[in-house]
Design a protein around this ligand. Structure first.
Ligand code: DQA
Length: 144
């Protein structure tokens, strides 16, 4: 199995940005833990983060051409704005789990909207960084 863990804008600032919402663990520590978790399960994984919408679209398209079978996606603020990311996910039809570290449904009203959600098999919110690992489990089961 081949997974892509995709993170959108400002998620490289984990551990620095708003720890009340996003905790104290850094992005690089998360990437390391995901690598170990996937290795134990014999899953090939790539973690990619970008602050740029087009780069995220490019990465989703690349996933199609490189045989990725599952995407874990935290689109950050683009969740609430991006038709382009929705269209990219729909274009490739790769099972995708939407992850939000914070409980977006209990925050500002603009965070209640997710453009990508209709292209995702599940959404996890408010489980902190554990949400990424839960999403990997969901995609692994989906593959079997
Ligand atoms: C987020 C929630 C978004 O509203 C926010 O813009 C983020 C992170 C989360 O993980 O909780 O950047 O996706």
């Amino acid at each position: 199995m081949k997974l892509l863990v995709l993170n959108g804008p400002n998620l490289n600032m984990l551990g620095i940005r708003e720890p009340g919402h996003y905790g104290s663990e850094s992005y690089s520590s998360l990437v390391e833990r995901i690598g170990e978790y996937c290795k134990e399960r014999n899953i090939e994984v790539e973690c990619y983060q970008s602050n740029h919408e087009g780069a995220l679209v490019d990465k989703i398209q690349e996933a199609y051409f490189t045989g990725v079978n599952g995407i874990v996606f935290n689109p950050g603020a683009y969740t609430h704005t991006s038709v382009a990311l929705l269209d990219a996910l729909k274009s490739v039809s790769i099972p995708c789990v939407e992850v939000h570290i914070s409980k977006v449904e209990e925050r500002e009203s603009f965070r209640q909207v997710s453009f990508v959600r209709t292209a995702c098999i599940e959404t996890i919110t408010g489980h902190g960084l554990n949400g990424y690992f839960e999403a990997i489990d969901i995609l692994e089961k989906e593959q079997k």
